[in-house]
Design a protein around this ligand. Structure first.
Ligand code: UPG
Length: 399
């Protein structure tokens, strides 16, 4: 695993020195991250690299996962959908389940932590015990809360208010909770297996193992099977593209232990693609970083047709690989895809199809978008920059 100094080749010496300088002031500080899954999905992806980097910087870091039963994760997935404006039905029994599992996890909180970071809404109920705890508590909202369902917000926000501050990916997500707010886009690790350079031999071996022929351009979406990633819409857009240009579609993704809807969505996707030899649906196991890296690299176009997106790390990953990306201009994608410069934005299925066709027919456009995309990520959404922002934020909170 790469160490902080190894990133000098990507971000230069000065940033690395700034990180060490900030780290000195935080040496020995105890930080506890609490989320709801170790694998699958963006939060686990971030913590997998952020935690060892913070440790290397001299902080004492713990990463804990709340324990819940299937019912609890059904409830929190409903809350997740409700954050994104999906109409949901909330029953008193669901709220009881949330309170009960939160209570059962109170012991998870490190009584000596200088900082307790609650990631998303699943562990937010732990903030009930904030008043008796000596550390500072931060609620890290990874999703777009702008259209959150009122009932769900009224239930959860008192716990968010108990925290000392909140972290959001972009300014547009600001909430009026009466405490400090930090805006900090997440980042990808350029040296991890998911994003590192890959040799042509490795690429060929992975593609053979996945059983995807290399004779036609590939349109690729990597995502958990989640309705908010609109995989059925991607299939529709692909079918329009194929009327114009010969190509294939790859929809690849796995599940996450905190997402009980994934299996059902995967079934719907399989049904929609049944009998179509040009559509490859890949169910990826958790340790598929190299496969994802390769699929993003071989893609002629990467698409991300999300209905909502807190940030969209799959977009960042593809951009880092200089791929032309077509994505819905929603949430955090709007700070990544600058339409016509770092990718193409497409609102409807038809627009997405047209944008994909445009790229497939114009290699110089593909090249330009890809190069700009990589530069944009390098300047803004790369791990050491993110680590520095974290250290700045913790320093500010400490003083
Ligand atoms: N991934 C896998 N395996 C899969 C599918 C995805 O490793 O089978 C990875 C993917 O490469 C990426 C991450 O998981 O690194 C997914 O992150 P993201 O595209 O950001 O989506 P979510 O899983 O939905 O993550 C949530 C928010 C998202 C935000 C992220 C981090 O929905 O908008 O960017 O948290 O804050």
């Amino acid at each position: 695993m790469a160490g902080i100094r190894d990133y000098q080749v990507v971000v230069g010496e000065q940033l690395i020195e700034e990180i060490y300088e900030l780290a000195r002031q935080l040496k020995g500080c105890r930080v506890q991250h609490i989320n709801s899954t170790l694998t699958g999905g963006g939060v686990a992806e971030i913590l997998k690299r952020l935690v060892p980097m913070m440790e290397e910087a001299g902080l004492e870091v713990r990463w804990d996962v709340i324990k819940g039963d299937e019912e609890f994760f059904r409830v929190t997935k409903t809350f997740h959908n409700a954050f994104h404006g999906v109409p949901v039905q909330i029953t008193p029994a669901m709220l009881d389940t949330y309170r009960r599992i939160s209570r059962e996890n109170y012991d998870l909180v490190d009584p000596r932590a200088g900082f307790v970071i609650l990631h998303d809404q699943q562990p937010l109920g732990l903030a009930e015990i904030r008043p008796g705890h000596p550390g500072r508590w931060l609620w890290y909202c990874h999703i777009d809360p702008v259209d959150v369902d009122r009932e769900v917000w009224d239930f959860l926000s008192p716990w968010a208010r108990r925290c000392d501050a909140a972290i959001y990916h972009i300014q547009a997500y600001a909430r009026n909770l009466g405490h400090r707010q930090y805006f900090m886009p997440p980042a990808i690790d350029p040296l991890a297996d998911k994003n590192r350079e890959v040799s042509s031999t490795e690429i060929a071996a992975v593609m053979e193992r996945l059983g995807i022929p290399a004779d036609l351009p590939l349109v690729v979406q990597i995502s958990r099977f989640d309705r908010l990633k609109d995989p059925l819409g991607v299939i529709q857009a692909f079918r329009l593209v194929r009327q114009e240009v010969l190509c294939r579609l790859v929809l690849a993704g796995g599940g996450a232990t905190d997402d009980p809807e994934g299996i059902q969505v995967l079934q719907e996707v399989r049904q929609a693609a049944a009998g179509d030899p040009d559509i490859f649906i890949l169910e990826l196991p958790p340790a598929s970083d190299l496969e994802i890296n390769v699929l993003q690299r071989v893609a002629a176009v990467v698409v991300q047709k999300s209905v909502r997106e807190g940030f969209g790390l799959t977009v960042t990953e593809a951009m880092w690989k200089s791929r032309p990306v077509v994505a819905s201009p929603v949430g955090g994608i709007t700070v990544q895809i600058i339409d016509g410069e770092t990718g193409l934005a497409a609102v409807t299925t038809e627009e997405m199809a047209r944008a994909v066709v445009r790229i497939l027919r114009d290699p110089s456009l593909a090249e330009k978008l890809g190069q700009n995309a990589r530069e944009h990520v390098k300047k803004n959404f790369i791990l050491p920059i993110y680590l520095k922002r974290w250290l700045e934020m913790l320093t500010a909170e400490q003083s």
